[in-house]
Design a protein around this ligand. Sequence first.
Ligand SMILES: Cc1cc2nc3c(=O)[nH]c(=O)nc-3n(C[C@H](O)[C@H](O)[C@H](O)COP(=O)(O)O)c2cc1C
Length: 265
Amino acid sequence: MRFYPEGAFDQSECTGCGICEKVCPTGAIEIQNGYPFFKIGKCIACGHCGVYCPANCFGLERIPFPEDICSSEKYLKLLEARRSIRYFKTIIPSEEEISNLLSVLSQSPTGVNRQRITVRVVMGSEAVEGLLKPVKRLLRILDYTGISFLIGKLTGMSGYLRKLREGSDVIFREAPVVLFFHVPRSNITGRTDGVIAASTVMHHAVTFGYGTLWNGIAEKLYQLFPSWHSSDTKGTRLTAVLCMGYPEITPEWKAPLRDYMIKWC
Ligand SMILES: Cc1cc2nc3c(=O)[nH]c(=O)nc-3n(C[C@H](O)[C@H](O)[C@H](O)COP(=O)(O)O)c2cc1C
């Protein structure tokens, strides 16, 4: 999917306005003899040259007209409709449906425009239950040694551990799909890139009627359980975990408003 400006560029349309040179974030374009010269090694394939080119020399598709972009009111409605889903239907979305949901990742910004986000999709009750097995095994060991009692007391999670012991999936909430968002370890803005990606997917999910649940606990537990790891994600780090599926119980009312601060400087 990489964009190669030097390949896409059509000189016959170029007016030599120099906008591509001005907007290129890495200085990979220089106007020489009235036309852009591409310094290929510097290009990060972000496409700024193309999206700002008044003559569309790079042959890109037109962005939506302002009247086709959803209004602030509609956008707010999307945000209000999204809630954490704690009970999911057993229906498993198809691979095609999940791919459609994840297609939004091609629009998700990353620090140096090297998307390279890998989403590992764990689907189906058997696979999700498989994730729980090592957790339950560890809990049995902790119970046996009496350490779980201490952990429960210190973290205030005794009730949580009890439910887990009783067989309730308090971690993945029996979601039919769990999405693990990975980014390359070498990516300097990786953690943020991954969180933006998961947020983008979370909001896209609402438009399909899916519900999601951020899973901070699974994210923290990930390091403890090598069986959750996959060779597909070697050299990456996990930045977010989302449970997803159709909500079994749907929220009906807007969330109470939450605090934030604005400091004018
Ligand atoms: C980073 C993050 C991690 C979370 N981890 C968990 C989790 O492990 N288990 C859980 O039940 N809820 C988890 N949540 C859901 C929060 O409890 C929920 O977002 C919060 O109560 C606000 O509700 P809302 O999402 O419906 O607005 C997490 C949320 C975020 C943002």
